[in-house]
Write a protein that binds this ligand. Structure first.
Ligand code: AQP
Length: 355
């Protein structure tokens, strides 16, 4: 297949207030990648009902994620911004992947264990267990090759590769009978396949932003404490209060990155500063090494407000004009459906469904 091209895909769940972790781990990377790549950015609303079925304002939540994408700098004309439920092919491919993947693969996912609280697993929705299968379908229904995500999604992307690989092997002979195959490498082995092996794009100084209240727990929308996270829509006073109250230790900042070992909270704040200022942690410590948090925290407040205020201002403006946001999502949905339709016609043929 000669016209197979790299494609960037990623998604964000409309499950509440976007926070600094979502921004640094994902959205900021989305913006950087759009310069040189074909990108699709999705509000994954089907995922949002896996942990909690009923949401008070689902339309508002969907719009706010789309508004965050645009406010952060994503160009919806050059790239595709859409919501997942507008493209039914995601769910169709996810069903096929449910039959490719094994239950044990799903039960091993740490996010499922965390969200189900271990012992309560049997009380969780079947959708929560199958979440990674839908995520694999989100990506592979476009045969996307690169996925920018935070570090917490690494395991799900490994599973996406496992699902792609099993599909490619299970249907190897069927794929050979079509013109749709591609030549890829699995490790060093050349393989004729249908689905590519996705590359996760994880990295930078803050791939996993941690809670401001507990340096060993990730910053999350669903954390009961609002003080644990900086929301993209927080105003300057709130950001200042949250950073001032952020848990730290009594020591001064070290001058070398090695000195952050065993100091999860300090490491987190330095990582946030580095990511927000496009510096390395070492460069930040070059500036603040030997200083107390009483000096570092106000500098972090200034930086966070400078970076986030324009984004939250633009998000508010966009959220006031729902017609505009809805138009972007509708247009993106149409373009995404056209692409997904090509893949699903081929997948149905490979699997052997009459159409
Ligand atoms: N703390 C984090 N640090 C870095 N990246 C993060 N991401 C999430 N939290 C952090 C990245 O943000 C993208 C969108 O995440 P999501 O909303 O789709 O799902 P999530 O990972 O489950 O995020 P939350 O905030 O923890 O939501 P809830 O509480 O609803 O589960 C992903 O790329 C993710 O890696």
């Amino acid at each position: 297949m000669s016209d197979f091209k790299p494609l960037v895909f990623s998604g964000v769940q409309p499950t509440g207030n976007l926070h600094l972790g979502n921004y640094l781990g994902a959205i900021r990377k989305f913006v950087a990648l759009q310069e040189n790549n074909d990108c699709m950015y999705c509000v994954v609303d089907l995922h949002a009902i896996t942990a909690q079925l009923v949401h008070e304002d689902m339309p508002g939540q969907i719009r706010s994620i789309a508004a965050a994408f645009i406010a952060a700098g994503i160009d919806p004309k050059k790239h595709i911004v859409f919501n997942q439920s507008a493209v039914p092919q995601h769910a169709e491919l996810a069903w096929i992947f449910n039959c490719v993947a094994r239950i044990g693969w799903m039960e091993r996912m740490t996010q499922f264990k965390d969200k189900s609280g271990g012992k309560n697993a049997e009380q969780m929705s079947l959708g929560l267990l199958a979440y990674p299968s839908l995520m694999a379908a989100d990506i592979l229904v476009y045969r996307a090759t690169h996925v920018p995500v935070g570090d917490d999604q690494k395991q799900h992307l490994e599973l996406t590769r496992d699902i792609a690989q099993k599909f490619n092997i299970d249907f190897m002979e069927h794929i050979r009978r079509t013109d749709y195959g591609i030549d890829i490498k699995v490790g060093d082995e050349p393989v004729h396949a249908y689905f590519p092996m996705v590359e996760p794009l994880i990295g930078g100084p803050a791939p996993r932003v941690m809670s401001l209240r507990e340096g060993t727990k990730k910053m999350s929308k669903s954390d009961a404490s609002d003080l644990s996270r900086i929301n993209l829509m927080d105003d300057a006073d709130t950001i200042s209060k949250k950073i001032r109250k952020a848990k730290t230790d009594p020591d001064a900042l070290p001058s070398e990155v090695d000195g952050l070992k065993g100091r999860a909270e300090a490491d987190n704040l330095v990582g946030i500063y580095a990511a927000l200022s496009d510096k390395t942690k070492q460069e930040v410590l070059g500036e603040f090494g030997g200083q107390q948090f009483s000096v570092f925290k106000p500098a972090l407040v200034d930086l966070a407000v400078t970076v986030l205020a324009p984004i939250s201002g633009e998000m508010r403006r966009l959220m006031d004009d729902t017609t505009h946001i809805d138009g972007i999502l509708r247009d993106g949905g149409e373009r995404a459906r056209a692409r997904a339709d090509v893949t699903m016609k081929q997948v149905r043929e490979i699997v052997g469904f009459l159409q």
